[in-house]
Design a binder for this molecule. Structure first.
Ligand code: ADP
Ligand code: TZD
Length: 577
């Protein structure tokens, strides 16, 4: 009898072993597709999903706020061409992550937001479940695609669809809704294993039509003052060598958009960054590579663009063409294939632009670079933006492999102009929306994904949006050095309350705040610096030690322009006219 009992027990155990559940299937599906990291924040109903992911060898980075976890996932997607995964709880956690998902979609970064959700039957009848919300409907307009899985056997399909939607064509954010009940559903392990899908060729090459290449080459050949404009799509595409070959073979001056800086080293003789206004106004043919003619490029028209011109645009999204101005030669396809097709057609007999154009560009460059050198050399007390950036420029030059995260207004605009980048995908910033708050999320993911140090330079306002993640940086002991340009407020720190009342002006912060103490509170290293020399020493120490560091760089509160370089976007109150 005892033997039969044992046998039954063994059988039951085998039966047990042969089962899997929603939790394991989600993890197995992600791992099967090479996704190794999850950025998230645990709670009902995803705590065990996060735990099991860690137990099963995934790296799970737990944040203090879902928006920062989402931003981390988004930039991980940009850095790796694999969707970055963010995991959140339902309703409020989901909404916190949604901002980052929308930002990823706007920037064309592949990301998957996975949120637990409450039960369909309760949500749909609006019966008031714990953290009840119709998340799928809310996510849809902010994402490239949104899916919900109701049955464990569909998890494989759900994850596969999410991955493919995130990375194919124009990359973007995808929402994957996982109701609590689904995670607990069990099914036969073998059946479960078979239901998973390893996505084959998730982002297939998209070859351009040969006649679109001919049209583009004809236009380039006829140009007198050609210009190449590289956007973050070009950086994302990882066609680095071919893009450089195209620039060098054609001899055409190029301009990198902010996050395309370093795709070709900014010190390259053909870089026209220092003559930006001149080349945009003067060029007659402009080749856009993975850059949209949105507000960042004045919509391709107006004073910025000066003389009439014709555009060639390489983009994977056909509907991007003519979105702002007529595109004379649309080249639709993936950048790698398009650039290599252009290279193949251009041939060695391509006549490089004449000395007149190149000479004029170089002349402007030299003049502007000399002016910049003068500005940078000025010693001011208190330290201003340029004094601080002069030393950071040298730090990045000496450490070209570090990631450089940048947010703020003046802090962003000046750093972009002053700091040369030397390697692709190292400059990570506020992107298409000019959004504040990406700083610490981007810094964490850059450290995790590249395994190399990160230097994050943030305005004091910008830093405040994600500052609590210094604890995350300390907890995971990440080699992140944060420099807060502290000028006591938004843009600057000298505004007064117009009523003369006790409340501070709307753009002011507590003067003389010590952000460095925040890092010290969690065991990291803090520095308070007031001179460029002290800033340089502190950053170098941080990069050498790899210890989480925050440097409170005291900047002249009077330094800084309202809205940085975007003053023209501020509507004027009729009272102040
Ligand atoms: P920037 O802000 O640097 O000007 P944008 O984000 O405006 O850049 O533009 C990026 C563009 O790159 C988008 O239109 C997107 O469709 C495109 N893109 C992204 N990845 C690829 C790719 N692999 N091949 C072709 N185009 C791409
Ligand atoms: N909220 C969000 C999410 N994004 C924004 N861009 C803003 C608000 C508005 N905003 C800017 O465009 S820049 C900025 C805000 C609040 C902060 C500028 O102050 P800072 O930088 O201290 O970060 P500087 O260098 O002192 O200008």
């Amino acid at each position: 009898m005892a033997e039969v009992g044992n046998e039954l027990q063994r059988h039951a155990a085998e039966e047990q072993q042969a089962q899997t559940d929603g939790f394991h299937l989600v993890i197995d599906a992600l791992k099967l597709n090479g996704i190794e990291n999850i950025y998230g924040l645990p709670g009902i109903p995803v705590t065990d999903l996060a735990r099991l992911a860690q137990a099963n060898g995934m790296r799970v980075i737990s944040f203090r706020h879902e928006q920062n976890a989402g931003n981390a996932a988004a930039i991980a997607g940009f850095l790796t061409q694999k969707p970055g995964v963010c995991l959140t709880v339902s309703a409020p956690g989901f909404l916190n992550g949604l901002t980052a998902l929308a930002n990823a979609t706007t920037n064309c970064f592949p990301m998957i937001l996975i949120s637990g959700s409450s039960e369909r039957e309760i949500v749909d009848l609006q019966q008031g479940d714990y953290e009840e919300m119709d998340q799928l409907a809310i996510a849809r307009p902010h994402a490239k695609a949104a899916f919900r899985v109701l049955h464990a056997e569909d998890i494989g399909v759900g994850v596969a669809r999410a991955i493919r939607a995130a990375v194919s064509g124009r990359p973007g954010g995808v929402y994957l809704d996982l109701p609590a009940k689904l995670l607990a559903q069990s099914m036969e392990a073998e059946k479960g294993r078979k239901s998973l899908i390893k996505v084959v060729d998730p982002a297939p090459r998209q070859l351009p039509a040969p006649d679109s290449i001919d049209r583009a080459v004809e236009l380039l050949k006829g140009a007198k003052r050609p210009l190449i404009l590289l956007g973050k799509g070009a950086a994302y595409a990882r066609a680095d060598a071919d893009i450089r070959a195209l620039v060098e073979k054609t001899g055409i001056p190029y301009l990198p958009m902010s996050m395309a800086k370093g795709l070709i080293p900014d010190t390259h003789p053909q870089s026209a960054s220092a003559a930006r206004s001149y080349v945009l106004a003067e060029a007659d043919v402009v080749l856009l590579v993975g850059a949209r003619l949105n507000w960042l490029l004045s919509h391709g028209k107006g004073k910025t663009w000066g003389k009439p011109k014709q555009f060639i645009q390489i983009d994977i999204s056909p509907t991007e063409m003519d979105s702002n101005v007529a595109i004379a030669a649309p080249v639709v396809g993936d950048i790698g294939s398009c650039v290599s097709a252009l290279l193949g057609k251009i041939g060695n007999d391509f006549a490089k632009p004449g000395a007149e154009w190149i000479g004029a560009v170089d002349e402007r460059k030299e003049k502007n670079l000399a002016k910049m050198a003068e500005t940078l050399a000025k010693e001011t007390t208190p330290m201003n933006f340029h004094g601080a950036l002069r030393v950071l420029k040298d730090v990045v030059k000496a450490n070209p492999g570090i990631s450089f995260v940048n947010e703020g207004a003046n802090t962003l605009d000046y750093a972009r102009a002053v700091i040369d980048m030397y390697e692709p995908r190292k400059r990570l910033d506020v992107g298409t929306w000019g959004v504040m708050g990406v700083g610490m999320g981007y810094a964490v993911a850059a450290a995790v994904e590249t395994g190399k140090p990160v230097l994050a330079v943030c305005g004091d306002s910008a830093f405040g949006f994600s500052g609590m993640e210094v604890e995350t940086i300390c907890r995971y002991n990440l080699p992140v050095c944060v420099v807060v340009f502290n000028n006591n407020g938004v843009y600057k720190g000298i505004d007064k309350n117009p009523t003369g009342g006790a409340d501070p002006a709307v753009t002011m912060f507590v003067p003389g705040a010590r952000y460095d103490k925040m890092m010290e509170a969690f065991g990291g290293v803090g520095h308070n610096v007031t001179t460029p020399a002290a800033l340089e020493a502190a950053v170098n120490e941080a990069l050498r030690s790899g210890k989480p560091t925050l440097i409170n760089a005291v900047i002249d509160p009077a330094a800084g322009t309202e809205s940085g370089r975007l003053t023209n976007l501020n509507p004027q109150s009729s009272a102040s006219k």
